[in-house]
Design a protein around this ligand. Sequence first.
Ligand code: 5GP
Length: 190
Amino acid sequence: MTKPGKLIIFSAPSGAGKTTIVRHLLEKFPEMEFSISATTRQPRGEEMNGKDYYFISKEEFLHLIAKKQFVEFEEVYSGTFYGTLRTEIERIWQNGKAVIFDIDVEGGLHLKRKYEAQALAIFVQPPSLEVLIERLKGRGTDSEEKLNERFIKAEKELNYAPQFDMILKNYDLETACLEAEVLVSNFLKE
Ligand code: 5GP
């Protein structure tokens, strides 16, 4: 039985593989539930509203900020906001589950500072910046301008790794998923 009020944070530069790892963990651990963030960006590919994100307008986002509905939020890319809704965490805790986050590096550290020992903050480390850039290009879902913005941000974010509780190397996805399982399982048992 998992103690109530736990949070597991996966942060990394975009393209490091955290979304894949988080999806894998969600299949393995029914005692966890994904924190669906709100964002003002457009859905990509197969993404669905209310599953991957709550896709909302900038007006709605600003309104939610004014109503203090976010535990944390950020303008992750210029003009594009992402945020964790207070109601989302409460809803998941009320279901008796631990909350798992796929969130950018600053947002992850913000949550860790706020929830301290209740939270396990994991930084997913790609093999190198070059590999990360290749992965991002390979997704083929972003414009050249958006991609450049992601590269610049990723380079900065790699420096934050030591501030996390754990660094999970994602040099090989299968190994990273297995290692993530061990980290999460130990934390849920605490
Ligand atoms: P993407 O557009 O690739 O889905 O996400 C861009 C970045 O925003 C990723 O690093 C993702 O983890 C992060 N992100 C997603 N939701 C949130 C959130 O609620 N807050 C913050 N600070 N970042 C988020």
